[in-house]
Design a protein around this ligand. Structure first.
Ligand code: DOR
Ligand code: ZN
Length: 446
């Protein structure tokens, strides 16, 4: 692989440096490197240059919660289109949820997803294995077989559904503890949310939609923290949506429970006030809640009660989304807008700096997902796996022009801050100036 010279980038938004990347690793780093190479290499010689003047250099983002829909849901997304969306969003690794058809509850399916991700080559695709066979919540899937398979599954989830039965969840956590893997729970007591269409609050009552109470999340998280403590297992709470859940997480963390938690960009920014237009693009599970919730979730991300931002990127083809509210599938796109929403909701108001962005989008998710080569410090000897961000970039979201096969973005027409200028995976440029660079085109330039 050719050497790459990244010129004038600002690690974590700090002073500019040049980086020489060799063999996928940062070989040299410092001010004035580029001038030296220009002098030594002469015109036309020396490494390929990536001009990064003024750009913020961050470790590549890691998404613990992505729906790529393949196999079986290719009308909504494929591993190829979802990987493109990820690379364009600054991601270098994603965890693909198992609610596919067939469900990723066996070595065959997780190995397929992993292999297809490698073939596409735009982002490291790590399959999440199902906790229960067919996501049915009854019989444990073969977690050990998936963990030991070529896909080396480290995260298990029935996402889309909750592992509602406490005995099944307890056994899953016991296996997880023995295997050294993580159970990611979609916390929703289905007995409390039957028929639910929106956050159980004044907006839902006014619109005549059945309510999804925050207690359905809070009670499952409380139960699971107790079970995780008993099993000595690592529990990850998916898409925390309610302020009430935060008190439970704080108490469990203070008590030494091995629990981590994620929040989505949409739960940091949007509220159920958006529902008044009855546009199903805003239908998501868990539902958009109130401004008190978004404020509490932002504060929890800043103070570490919530560890990471995860997208819950949930593409749905028009036939599943452009219907009446009750029939529409829940979920919204997230990969290409996540950074901009984090900047808008947290960086611009002064709640998070670029070091904080690296923590919640790269470092903590890589640690939770067990990825030793992602979320690393920007330093000599470390993998050249980066997102290069233009902090002054502004763009207007158009679902039709996103790389996903679906267009269900809730940010349609919004002008958002921060653009991803380039994404680099182990020294190879995977996206640049809004275009992806495919695996097999040699120099990696679009
Ligand atoms: O909104 C959601 N969409 N929540 C989930 O839990 C599943 C996801 C999907 O698969 O579409
Ligand atoms: Zn979920």
């Amino acid at each position: 692989m050719d050497d790459l010279l990244i010129v004038g980038a600002r690690p974590y938004g700090e002073d500019p440096v040049d980086l020489l990347v060799r063999g996928g690793v940062v070989a040299e780093m410092g001010a004035g490197l580029a001038e030296r190479h220009d002098r030594d290499g002469g015109p036309g010689g020396g490494p390929r240059r990536l001009e990064a003047d003024g750009l913020v250099l961050l470790p590549g983002f890691v998404d613990l919660h992505t729906h790529l829909r393949e196999p079986g849901g290719e009308e909504s997304e494929t591993i190829e289109t979802g990987s493109a969306a990820a690379a364009l969003g600054g991601y270098t690794a994603v965890f693909a949820m198992p609610n596919t058809d067939p469900v990723a509850d066996s070595a065959v399916v997780v190995e397929y997803v992993r292999r297809r991700g490698e073939e596409v080559g735009l982002v490291d695709v790590h399959p999440v294995g199902a906790v229960t066979v067919g996501l049915e919540g009854a019989k444990l899937a073969e977690l050990g077989t998936m963990a030991r398979s070529a896909a080396r599954v480290r995260l298990f989830s029935d996402d889309g559904r909750c592992v509602n039965d406490p005995l099944v969840m307890r056994r899953a956590l016991e296996y997880a503890s023995a295997l050294g893997v993580v159970i990611a729970q979609h916390a929703e007591d289905h007995r409390l949310t039957a028929g639910a269409q929106a956050h159980d609050g004044v907006v839902a009552s006014r619109l005549g939609l059945a309510g999804w109470p925050a207690t359905a999340e809070e009670t499952v998280v409380a139960r699971d923290c107790a079970l995780a403590r008993e099993a000595g297992a690592a529990l990850h709470v998916c898409h925390v949506s309610s302020a009430r859940t935060l008190a439970v997480l704080r108490a469990a963390k203070a008590d030494g429970v091995r629990v981590s938690a994620e929040v989505t960009p949409h739960h940091l920014l949007l509220t159920d006030a958006a529902l008044t237009a009855y546009d199903p693009v805003h239908k998501v599970n868990p539902p958009l809640r109130t401004a008190e919730d978004t404020a509490a979730l932002r504060a929890a991300l800043v103070d570490g009660t919530i560890d990471v931002v995860a997208t819950d990127h949930a593409p749905h083809a028009a036939q599943y989304k452009d219907t009446e509210w009750a029939a529409a599938r829940p979920g919204m796109l997230g990969l290409q807008t996540a950074l901009s929403i984090v900047v808008h909701a947290l960086v611009e108001p002064g709640l998070l700096d670029w070091r904080g962005v690296a923590r919640v989008l790269s470092e903590r998710p890589a640690a939770i997902g067990g990825l030793p080569d992602h979320g690393r410090p920007i330093a000599v000897g470390e993998p050249a796996t980066f997102a290069l961000v233009d902090p002054d970039g502004v763009w207007t979201v158009r679902g039709a022009t996103l790389a996903s096969r679906s267009a269900n973005t809730p940010y349609e027409g919004m002008r958002l801050p921060a653009t991803v200028a380039a994404t680099v995976l182990r020294g190879r440029i995977t996206a640049r100036d809004g275009r992806v660079a495919h695996h097999d085109d040699g120099r990696g330039t679009p």
